[in-house]
Write a protein that binds this ligand. Structure first.
Ligand SMILES: *Cc1c(COP(=O)(O)O)cnc(C)c1O
Length: 455
């Protein structure tokens, strides 16, 4: 019945014949896909320039005095919103034992889970876009600080100005947190349209900060659509478009140069003999896309980026594999987009990101929800790092790459086999430090339970 349905002019049966992996995806099995369109960066049409990313970096630097004043927890970092990069050798051993797969090289965790202000990767893109908008408005009203000291953005006169404007966004949770917190701090009226997946504590936290939260019974796509509608009806309302925003993307991309500095400080070499592999949890694509794109500009062909999605929400994989991008949703193929990984519960990918990453992304793999909980438990016990389920999607990446036949082919094709002992694997931990303690305990208990039921 379902198989006779037509998607973009072809029956599901035809799609499955063309892309055999689809059958496994439709059965919500864990899959590993390498991108047949992956090409050397010299061949890529770079539609976002290094110059644009540099400008974003400069804008964040201008705003650092404001951030420092408004969020004292950033004072030590001089108002820069950045996260630690840590070695997780014990987890590396744990993974090797758990999956009976040796992982040569070193394993690092990029702790965006512990980014200040919003506790997730959204503190990069989301905060950047709101700051860029605030700067635009200040310029329009002739209020750019003459001495260049942006600390005045924390003053009452600026709050009064921004209170005449509003900001809207659709979110599964974390983008709403990031946009809501920074917008409210600047004085904007802000509305967050939350999908059904959004966790109750995220909504409560926002409401406590004076953010208007509107809840929907349906998924992320609907929340975004409603946010967009609201903004269209009000000329003073600025809509943050998670599906298409260049500014969000740029904010995320700034991570790359900062990571480069951290790697240098830790004397981690990345070059033709020392490959870097990066594993990024993917929802609509902006966060992982921006970071990965930035990394490709910095390290070119020496970095290999993989996205990780829940087995029930493999939207970017579906969009890239079929070339349909935002013309397809996982639901079109009978995949339900129901996952505990709320940050990744997206059924339709960003076309903008899919196009930009088309030849730069090495591959995509999917992870079952139970596995996210098991890894959450294992990481907490081995390294005392607490994450939210979405943020664990990167963790099985090295094992998948090394154990899977398609991963082995990728390694051979790119002449990496002899270099694996020199490799660095970075798992991007995208969120978790704001999770209330009792909910963190529930996550942990689930991890234990799934571990026991699999023995
Ligand atoms: C949003 C989010 C992601 C993915 O970012 P996208 O821009 O939606 O692809 C990954 N992990 C967490 C915890 C997130 O909140």
């Amino acid at each position: 019945m379902e198989n006779r349905m037509i998607v973009a002019g072809k029956s599901i049966e035809q799609w499955k014949r063309e892309y055999p992996l689809l059958s496994e995806m439709m059965a919500t099995k864990e899959v590993f896909w390498t991108n047949p369109g992956y090409a050397p960066i010299a061949c890529a049409a770079l539609s976002v320039t290094a110059e644009e990313i540099h400008e974003a970096e400069e804008r964040l630097r201008r705003f650092a005095p404001f951030i420092q004043r408004a969020f004292p927890e950033t004072a030590e970092a001089g108002g820069l919103i950045e996260s630690p990069l840590v070695s997780i050798g014990k987890m590396q051993s744990e993974l090797a034992a758990r999956f009976a797969q040796e992982i040569p090289g070193r394993l690092l965790l990029k702790c965006d889970s512990h980014l200040p202000i919003a506790g997730s990767i959204k503190a990069r893109g989301g905060i950047y876009e709101v700051l860029a908008h605030a700067e635009d408005l200040a310029r329009k009203h002739g209020l750019l600080p003459a001495d260049g000291d942006y600390a005045v953005f924390a003053s009452d006169s600026y709050r009064e100005l921004f209170s005449r404007y509003s900001i809207a966004v659709g979110s599964t949770g974390n983008l709403g947190l990031s946009i809501g917190i920074i917008s409210a701090k600047l004085g904007f009226r802000v509305t967050v349209h939350m999908s059904a997946d959004a966790k109750a504590w995220k909504k409560e936290l926002l409401r406590a900060k004076g953010v208007q939260v509107i809840e929907y019974q349906s998924d992320y796509g609907k929340a975004v659509e409603e946010g967009r509608k609201q903004a269209e009806a009000d000329p003073n309302c600025y809509f943050i478009d998670d599906e298409n925003s260049r500014r969000l993307f740029l904010g995320y991309a700034v991570a790359a140069r900062r990571l480069q500095k951290q790697l240098e400080e830790q004397q981690v070499v990345v070059d033709s003999e020392h490959p870097l592999f990066v594993y990024l949890p993917c929802g609509v694509g902006g966060g992982p896309g921006g970071v990965a794109y930035g990394l490709k500009l910095v390290y070119g062909d020496h970095v290999h980026c993989f996205f990780a999605e829940p087995t029930h929400s493999p939207c970017m994989l579906l969009g890239l594999m079929t070339g349909l991008h935002d013309q397809v949703a996982v639901q079109d193929f009978g995949i339900d987009n129901r996952t505990e990984a709320d940050g990744l519960a997206v059924g339709r990918p960003s076309r903008f990101v899919g196009k930009v990453m088309e030849s730069l992304l090495s591959g995509v793999y999917t992870v079952a929800d139970e596995e996210l909980y098991r890894l959450l438990r294992a990481l907490r016990d081995s390294e005392s790092v607490r994450l939210e389920p979405s943020a664990l999607a990167g963790m099985p990446g090295p094992v998948r790459l090394l154990a899977h036949a398609a991963g082995q082919r990728y390694i051979d094709q790119h002449g990496l086999a002899g270099k694996l002992a020199n490799a660095t694997h970075i798992v991007w931990a995208t969120g978790g430090s704001l999770v209330p303690a009792h909910i963190q305990e529930e996550y942990y208990a689930k991890g234990l339970q799934y571990d026991q039921s699999s023995i």
